[in-house]
Design a protein. Structure first.
Length: 712
């Protein structure tokens, strides 16, 4: 059989969106969700999942595409651009506007992406008290005045606390349990900071994807498993419906409220959007549940949530196109028989086998030279089929949901070529959704032929404008949407900073670019005309990065790997007042051995205030061995942990103001982690936080005011 194994047969695991369940019942009948269909019964849901799962197992689809759950982290680029004008100061965030304890004081809040949309973090401030995750528990610290700082209470959690929200006198704690595989949310009344009182509780089996707080509502996006892990009599895994435990009982999503529309995907989880009122204990929790592939990135504006996941190719559609192409190579009588065969999810393998048999029969009637020529033409269609599969796998699907109070409503879905780096690859302005992606080229099968793109989508998630093909053979390391512009950093050998105009949503245009050694992982606005970059200094002669999987998606991208010679953490200040000629005004490189900072990976670890001429990032590095006379003391090499404090301005550039040390490697080896996680200020006091310590230093002189050990 000449054509045996010609066809790539894989399974189209079907993407579905389920409707709402209730605690507050939300039916999938809203406008904009016309594609949604309802399951009629649990049996239909089970058969639907089982059929696609069996195909996936049979053809090794998961192995080819790489399914996996990825916890979404806000990775590198915060965005607090106001839609009407650029804010020159760090936005207050939702929690700052609603505080009471120290509301009249000047204090920093969590570094968020969108003004008015708060993000959970490991520490929150209300201008007097700090609420922090430290050494596996919650500590409440009376932080101001700093010389009298003290721990006033601690909360011993049943699970491991992960992140917090503070809303006036309500503290919401998100915690994980490794033993049960559950995630819980507990809301405490902290009117008396010395005696927090638990007021609300809910938990679910699964992982937190991400969370936001808008006004009094916390929105949590979670992934719940669809299976129980228990095989039934027919060998199939038993399906588990989404469940949420609350203080008043167990809520289960009835299958008749689960809706879907046929869209392929390579894995199944329930993605649930929970809306929890943190201030009204009597208001029921509402939720929307989606049976989806694993959600990868999340962008939230004040009105909408955008969920993304990597697209799985529609093998049925592609196979039918493939069959039609093969038919075009055949004489009419044979072509008619082939065209009559239509693949579906239930018969994909058998239909392709029938096509194969028809081709074999026809090839056997040809002489050698004509058979070889036809096989070569068939091979070209086969290669196109593979390329189409790869291209679709390189696409991102984006789902838009509107949010208002307890209401969560599905609106529309869109699709763009390429994969997203993180949440900061997305933005919303004037009803348009803007997104930056990196896609792979498939010319001669060269996956290194990457390119970078900008897409603009309308309210219905249809592409209105695009800019494709930027910085080939590189990938996006940072993105920053600011009003009518987006700034992109790509990298392979040098760091191109692209300035792109988005004023016309139909025609995004490159205004200018700057190429300098190294790269930026994180971009932050200084003001309308200046941008701060935090990344790594890399010499131009450094070896090229190598291929490795990107972002847990199963796709390979050129990602920074060990051969690249990094010289140290770099803070740069860029002047973009002339967008045609952006320039680097100033930079500071932390050249100590192995220098690193959480701010490279988590925007919440970055503290900036233009008014205070302040920039603070946590830093760690290996100190050089001590030299005594002509002798080098090899045992002196120690791991430094603390924070670097900078002054920064266009006039004077980036200058190190001082360092605040929390501890060394020896202290950490004793069981306490002194690596600084966050920094914040209240009035003229700078606070730095690690698991084992809170330090308060004068912002002007950096002299220590108080060192407070945290309970273990």
């Amino acid at each position: 059989m000449r054509l045996r194994h010609v066809f790539f047969v894989a399974v189209a695991v079907v993407f579905t969106l389920s409707a709402a369940f209730s605690i507050i019942s939300l039916k999938p009948t809203e406008s904009g969700a016309a594609q949604l269909k309802n399951f009629s019964s649990l049996k239909e849901l089970e058969e639907y999942i089982s059929t696609t799962s069996e195909l996936a197992e049979k053809y090794g689809y998961f192995g080819y595409y790489g399914a996996g759950v990825k916890r979404l982290e806000a990775a590198s680029v915060p965005d607090f651009a106001d839609e009407n004008k650029m804010k020159s100061e760090q936005p207050a965030g939702a929690e700052k506007a609603g505080q009471s304890a120290g509301a009249s004081r000047d204090f920093s809040s969590t570094n968020v992406q969108v003004e008015g949309v708060d993000e959970a973090d490991i520490v929150k401030s209300d201008g007097k008290y700090l609420y922090a995750v430290a050494s596996g528990r919650i500590v409440v610290i009376d932080a101001y005045p700093a010389d009298k700082a003290r721990v006033v209470s601690r909360i011993d959690c049943q699970g491991s606390p992960v992140e917090l929200f503070i809303n006036k006198n309500r503290l919401a704690v998100i915690e994980n349990s490794n033993e049960t595989g559950e995630t819980a949310v507990r809301v405490y009344d902290v009117t008396d900071r010395a005696k927090p009182v638990e007021k609300r509780f809910l938990s679910f089996r699964g992982d937190l994807v991400n969370s936001r707080m808008i006004g009094d509502f916390a929105y949590l996006v979670v992934n719940m498993p669809v299976g129980t892990g228990i095989a039934q009599g027919d060998g199939r895994e038993k399906i588990r419906l989404p469940e949420i435990k609350t203080g008043s009982g167990l809520i289960t999503v009835p299958p008749t409220e689960i809706a879907y529309f046929d869209y392929p995907d390579n894995s199944y989880v329930y993605t649930v959007v929970l809306a929890v009122n943190l201030r009204d204990d009597g208001q029921k929790v509402s939720a929307r549940t989606f049976l989806t592939g694993t959600s990868q990135n999340l962008f939230v504006s004040q009105n909408n949530i955008y969920l993304t996941n990597q697209k799985t190719p529609d093998l049925v559609e592609l196979s039918n196109k493939y069959i039609a192409g093969l038919a075009s190579l055949l004489p009419p009588e044979v072509a008619a028989r082939v065209k009559a065969l239509r693949a579906s999810r239930d018969n994909l393998d058998s239909i392709l086998s029938q096509v194969e048999e028809m081709l074999e029969e026809y090839l056997d009637t040809l002489d050698y030279s004509r058979a070889i020529a036809l096989e070569e033409n068939i091979g070209q269609y086969r290669e196109k089929y593979y390329r189409d599969l790869a291209r679709e796998r390189d696409n991102t699907v984006i789902h838009k949901l509107s949010v208002k109070g307890a209401g969560v409503e599905y609106k529309a879905a869109g699709e763009v070529p390429g994969l997203l780096l993180n949440q900061f690859s997305m933005d919303e302005k004037d009803g348009y959704f803007r997104v930056a992606t990196t896609s792979r080229g498939f010319i001669l099968g060269d996956d290194m032929n990457t390119k970078n793109n900008i897409f603009i989508l309308d309210r219905d998630m249809k592409i209105t404008g695009r800019l494709q093909g930027l910085a080939r053979s590189e990938r996006i390391y940072a993105a920053r949407f600011m009003g009518d512009r987006v700034y992109l950093v790509t990298f392979r050998r040098v760091d191109p900073l692209f300035v792109i105009d988005l004023k016309d949503p139909r025609n995004p245009t490159v205004l200018g670019e700057l190429k300098i050694p190294g790269y930026s992982d994180y971009l932050h606005p200084y003001d309308e005309n200046h941008l701060i970059g935090v990344g790594m200094e890399v010499p131009e002669a450094s070896p090229l990065p190598v291929l490795r999987p990107m972002g847990g998606t199963g796709a390979e991208m050129p990602v920074m790997a060990s051969p690249v010679q990094r010289q140290g953490v770099k803070i740069a200040l860029f002047d973009v007042s002339n967008p045609q000629k952006p320039r680097e005004l100033s930079k500071f490189v932390i050249e100590e051995s192995g220098s690193d900072s959480p701010a490279l990976r988590d925007h919440r670890a970055f503290l900036f205030s233009k008014a205070k001429n302040l920039l603070v990032i946590p830093v760690s590095y290996w100190q050089q061995p001590e030299v005594r006379g002509s002798a080098i003391m090899p045992d002196y090499r120690r791991y430094w942990q603390g924070a670097f404090v900078f002054s920064i301005s266009p006039e004077k550039g980036v200058a190190l103001k001082g360092k605040i040390e929390h501890g060394d490697g020896a202290a950490s080896e004793k069981g306490t982690d002194f690596s600084v996680k966050r920094s914040m200020y209240i009035e003229n006091v700078l606070y730095t936080l690690s698991d084992g310590m809170l330090k308060a230093n004068d912002l002007g002189s950096l002299e220590e005011i108080k060192k407070l050990g945290l309970p273990i």
